[in-house]
Design a protein around this ligand. Structure first.
Ligand code: ZN
Length: 282
């Protein structure tokens, strides 16, 4: 396993950790201030959310690289299935364009929930695979990989039809495109005792991201009460050993949705704690 105690070049900030994924939360730092704060701490990269970027993808991507870091990814496509998915794939293609403008190699897909008129997840997974296949070529032409992120099963119904890495790998196989893979998030997989098998099925070329946080023993809000690494019960060393054991050697992005705790703190202090925890408990 990589040793992060001295080298944090694999560390990336997902700006959701500063509340930048949702309207009405966070300190509202502009991207430039986030970039400077991350560069000052020696991070290797940043993952942005679409709402921060607007029409400035090229400018912000260049700014990140000028600061000596990489844009590691972009969150995320619109839902592709389920009641809340937009009609057609234009918005998904626009999100691919934004990732390409940023120079982000990976665009995350949170799938959306069970497709109207169906039950369960299997039929929706087939529809999802068709829609992913329909945008994969467009993404490939622009140098963007698509990372299907399975979510904790409690998000089934309205947010996801992928509950495990194995689910995501099955949809990758159905989509049949070389630039489609899986994003592995501690919050969503920490409980999965069959994780290693799912990761082995994915293989090193299809593991496109590793997202860090912690699972608090008494989670108060399913969506917005993630813990900082070290504050919960996820076995972070074992999880990273599983991901790296399957061949992943890429960035580790910290993604802490925390409306009642971390988003209320000074972002500079949050970043300092994040770096310390990355060195010591991840
Ligand atoms: Zn994630």
């Amino acid at each position: 396993m990589r040793d992060f105690s001295q080298d944090i070049s694999a560390l990336a900030l997902n700006t959701a950790t500063l509340g930048h994924n949702l309207d009405g939360y966070g300190a509202g730092w502009p991207p430039e201030r986030v970039i400077d704060a991350c560069a000052a701490r020696g991070l290797g990269g940043i993952v942005f959310w679409r709402r921060e970027i607007g029409r400035r993808s090229v400018e912000i991507g260049d700014r990140v690289r000028a600061a000596g870091m990489q844009v590691v990814g972009l969150c995320r496509t619109p839902y592709l299935v389920g009641r809340d998915a937009p009609a057609g794939l234009d918005e998904a293609k626009a999100s691919i364009d934004m990732a390409a403008g940023l120079g982000a190699p990976v665009l995350t897909i949170v799938t959306g929930g069970t497709e109207p008129g169906t039950k369960g997840v299997l039929e929706s997974q087939k529809i999802l695979a068709e829609r992913v296949a329909a945008i994969a070529g467009y993404a490939s032409e622009r140098g963007v990989k698509l990372a299907l992120e399975p979510l904790n099963p409690m998000f089934g119904g309205n947010r996801t039809v992928l509950m495990t890495v194995a689910d995501a790998v099955r949809v990758c196989d159905m989509a049949g495109a070389p630039n489609v893979g899986v994003a592995v998030d501690v919050y969503h997989v920490w409980w999965d005792s069959a994780l290693a098998e799912g990761l082995a099925a994915a293989g090193p070329d299809r593991i496109l991201g590793y997202h860090l946080c912690d699972w608090l023993e008494n989670t108060r809000d399913m969506l917005l009460d993630r813990g900082m690494m070290g504050d919960g019960v996820a076995d972070l060393k074992v999880l990273r050993a599983a991901v790296e054991g399957a061949g992943y050697a890429g960035p580790c992005e910290v993604e802490v949705f925390s409306s009642s705790d971390w988003w209320r703190r000074d972002p500079s202090a949050v970043l300092d704690v994040m770096v310390d925890r990355f060195r010591t408990v991840c």
